[in-house]
Design a protein around this ligand. Structure first.
Ligand SMILES: *Cc1c(COP(=O)(O)O)cnc(C)c1O
Length: 463
């Protein structure tokens, strides 16, 4: 945990405000019904405090807004592309860069380039879009994260770590030549925003080098992961966030980035690689899916905002306040006796819906039902990270039944105040007090891909 004597107070003041919408319970009941009990289908005007995601929801700084005015909207060779490239070289250290419209654009490219049908991609837990792109390219994702990551009550510090004996098992079964790369996320979103340690990543680097296997880094929240290393890993406390971020990147061969998270922009991402051949291939493919390799689906101004956001994201004072606010909410909920994933993650607080609503079977979608209930209570919007997000088994067509059935309260960066966090905690507490009256849901519409985004539900009658 962050040292108690260090204040996490925001290292900025507020220059512009954006009014929020306050609604009545009756209004919210109607809105949720129209949205098929899926918080992704609500209109944002019907939401009071929006904790759906930390993706693209950050507040930009005055410098970033000023950067928008410096957009060079040339089709090719925009000045802003070179600024972005410089920022990536300086702060992350990767050699070659291809901008993409967001993280999944980069995932599409790298999956198509490196994965052959029949390949296996081990990773420290799946992420929805990452896994889908691996599958669409003919690969199969396999989980090699430590067991502790699947247990919401394990207080293990580095739940994002890889279990090397699991990776050895995958090599024994399939052979190293069928593993194009190991996919490593910093931090692990689906485990509750949990970090990987530098020591574990170093051990993984050594192990994969021996077998000639790449590491591709899903660096969406690399600065937050670096903060946990600085605070909690032995011997790392004196390094700056910027130094740790660069060290993490140096242990991997390439990266996909959703700049909508750590890098403090509303849209954007990139693919980075140290391998010339992979870069060449990506430069060929990007024109099919995103745009020319010097804009990749982004406006020049977006690339400028991203270049500035990358620099701001690795400042110690920024990251301490960002994670400090998440910890504030998490520890408040723990003090109230609310079941959440422990330890508190870096980008949000994850309610343990199985423990919150033990009377519901997993097929009644407890996390989805809990997110719906929270919205009705206060207009706070959260999202499901459980059986709906896990989707169906590719082969059997049955639901996947993940251990973790969670509701994610995701905190946008630099957007809400401590008082907003208090409102959220009080609402969770009210729903917790009435939890026995919460009934489950029935799915009435199920999309084929990434069903959690657009699925619709109906409330089951009280038993
Ligand atoms: C958001 C996210 C992605 C995908 O990025 P998008 O910008 O949403 O396409 C990939 N991996 C992780 C861990 C993420 O959180």
């Amino acid at each position: 945990m962050a040292a108690k004597h260090i204040s996490w107070a925001e290292p900025f003041k507020i220059k512009m405000v954006e009014p929020l919408f306050m609604t009545t319970r009756a209004h919210r009941e109607k809105a949720l019904e129209a949205a098929g009990s899926n918080t992704f289908l609500l209109r944002s005007e019907d939401v009071y405090i929006d904790l759906l995601t930390d993706s693209g929801t950050s507040a930009m700084s005055d410098r970033q807004w000023a950067g928008l005015m410096l957009g060079d909207e040339a089709y090719a060779g925009s000045r802003n592309f070179y600024h972005l490239e410089e920022a990536i070289h300086r702060y992350y250290g990767y050699k070659h860069v291809i901008p993409t419209h967001q993280g999944r654009g980069a995932e599409n490219l790298i999956s198509k380039i490196l994965i052959k049908p029949g390949d296996v991609v081990p990773g420290n837990m799946y992420f929805t879009t990452t896994k889908l792109h691996q599958e669409l390219a003919g690969g199969m994702f396999t989980d090699i994260i430590v067991d502790e990551a699947h247990d919401p009550n394990s207080g293990f510090t580095f739940k994002g770590n890889v279990d090397l004996s699991k990776l050895q098992g995958v090599i024994n079964t399939y052979g190293a030549e069928r593993i194009p790369y190991v996919s490593i996320a910093t931090t692990v979103n689906m485990a509750g925003g949990q970090p990987i340690s530098l020591a574990n990543l170093q051990a993984l680097r050594e192990f994969t080098s021996k077998h000639g296997i790449r590491i591709i880094h899903d660096m969406t929240r690399v600065a937050e992961n670096a903060y946990m290393i600085q605070q909690l890993e032995e011997g790392q406390g004196n390094k700056s966030i910027a130094a740790i971020v660069k060290e993490i990147c140096s242990l991997t061969d390439g990266a996909t980035m959703s700049a909508k998270k750590d890098a403090l922009v509303n849209i954007g991402g990139f693919l980075a690689t140290n391998e010339w051949d992979v870069f060449e291939e990506a430069r060929n493919l990007v024109v099919i899916y995103e745009g020319l390799h010097t804009y990749g689906g982004l406006a020049g101004r977006d690339m400028e905002a991203m270049a500035i956001g990358i620099e701001e994201s690795v400042q110690d004072a920024h990251i301490r306040a960002r994670v400090g606010q998440v910890f504030y909410l998490g520890h408040k909920l723990l003090d109230m006796g609310i079941p959440i994933v422990k330890p508190v993650g870096t980008h949000g607080v994850f309610l343990d819906a199985k423990a919150f609503l033990p009377h519901l079977r997993q097929t009644a979608f407890p996390a989805q039902a809990l997110a719906a209930e929270l919205y009705i209570d206060s207009g706070v919007r959260a999202m499901e990270r459980g059986i709906v997000s896990a989707g169906r088994d590719q082969k059997t067509g049955e639901h996947c039944f993940p251990e973790l059935e969670l509701v994610r309260l995701t905190i946008p960066r630099r957007v809400y105040t401590q008082a907003h966090m208090d409102v959220v905690a009080e609402s969770v507490q009210r729903v917790f007090e009435q939890r026995h009256s919460v009934t489950g849901l029935r799915m009435t519409y199920e999309p084929k891909y990434l069903r959690f985004f657009q699925a619709r539900f109906e409330k089951l009658p009280a038993a």
